[in-house]
Design a protein around this ligand. Structure first.
Ligand SMILES: *Cc1c(COP(=O)(O)O)cnc(C)c1O
Length: 358
């Protein structure tokens, strides 16, 4: 039985994107960021397809455990570290590498089980002001880690950029300079760059880059598409037409009757809605592809359905394929119609969407 709504995941595109990132950051190792179910693409399957990555990174320890259960043996970094003794023990057992960003996490490591040993990424807060030691606390944190038998030496060093997706923003160069200054003379491997930084600021690439979005073929920049960066879309979200009708001028469609036909209209109803993760707040005129042709939405997005004005698309039958985003229709464009970022759309596809690898 074929699912009505499916997200097909192209393994070939994933590998193409990994290779494109390797060319872009040819002197760096790649830590593939696969948090949030690999940005909605399927955690275990994506990591298996990206077996050539040098390491993986996740946000939560549960995500790391899924990767180990799936047979992933590469290093796995917990980007936010651990938050209690139980998680620290779990991290030792899962052989996870830890980001350490707070005094509380230093205390946890001081009380680590006797034989535990961790690769640690010490995080500097260079201006994101989310996680990380402030510059004036950084050296003390490093010295504290240097005294711990459970920590591999030298510790690795990392920070995170707040504005790399807006290359003209002066904050990125300031953050990079602050990181350089704080790390001067230290031996550990370094990591700074997310997808945006690794493309827009090659000087940020250092020993390890940490791409997430770019692996999935999507651009982090508001004024560029994945294709402009040499990337291929990995996820294509598809559904089918389940009803067709002809409306006379003046008849309206959907909840709130917000859309009214200005001419005789061939209206198609497709099986997808916000219950699948298609955004409800798209502006009118947002487009989909019906049998490969662009056509605008008509009326509000409901939980399970959308209306499409297919008057200008000839010969549409029930069962015709509709692409919501992916091949032929960049998710970046849909995100901009929804007033959000592609990250949110990708990782927001819901449980009832069938995820198929091809
Ligand atoms: C999510 C995340 C990344 C990946 O960011 P992209 O913009 O998807 O490339 C890198 N580093 C950290 C710390 C993150 O949280």
């Amino acid at each position: 039985m074929r699912a009505l709504v499916s997200a097909t995941i192209s393994i070939a595109a994933l590998r193409h994107n990994l290779a494109a990132i390797r060319r872009q950051a040819s002197r760096s190792k790649i830590m593939a960021v696969v948090k949030a179910n690999a940005y909605g693409h399927g955690l275990a399957a994506v990591a298996q397809a990206l077996g050539e990555a040098d390491a993986f990174a996740v946000a939560r320890i549960e995500e790391g455990l899924v990767l180990r259960s799936a047979g992933i043996t590469r290093p796995i970094v917990l980007l936010e570290g651990v938050f209690d003794c139980e998680q620290l023990a779990g991290a030792a057992q899962g052989r996870f590498d830890l980001v350490v960003h707070s005094a509380e996490q230093l205390d946890l490591l001081r009380a680590a089980p006797a034989r535990a040993r961790f690769t640690v990424w010490l995080k500097l807060d260079t201006g994101m002001n989310r996680l990380g030691f402030r510059p004036n606390r950084f050296e003390a944190a490093r010295a504290a880690l240097a005294r711990l038998a459970c920590v591999e030496q030298p510790v690795r060093l990392c920070t995170h950029m707040a504005n790399a997706d807006t290359p003209e923003h002066p904050g990125t160069l300031q953050q990079l300079a602050l990181f350089e200054r704080a790390c001067a003379g230290l031996l550990g491997e370094r990591s700074v760059a997310n997808s945006a930084a690794l493309f827009a600021f090659p000087q940020s690439q250092c020993d390890w880059v940490r791409p997430g979005l770019a692996l999935f073929g999507v651009s982090p920049f508001g004024d560029k598409l994945g294709a402009d960066l040499g990337l291929l879309p990995v996820m294509t979200l598809r559904t089918r037409i389940i009803a067709l009708k002809t409306l006379e001028a003046g008849e309206s469609v959907g909840y709130g009757s917000l859309w009214t036909a200005r001419r005789r209209t061939r209206l198609a109803i497709a099986a997808v809605g916000y219950g699948d993760g298609y955004p409800r707040n798209v502006i009118s005129n947002t487009q989909v592809l019906v049998a490969g042709r662009r056509a605008p939405l008509a009326g509000r997005v409901s939980m399970d359905m959308i209306g499409i004005d297919t008057t200008d698309v000839p010969d549409i039958q029930c069962g015709a394929e509709v692409v919501l985003w992916g091949e032929g229709l960049p998710v970046e464009r849909v995100a901009s119609c929804a007033g959000t970022v592609p990250y949110e759309l990708l990782c927001g596809i819901s449980q009832r969407v069938a995820v198929d690898l091809i």
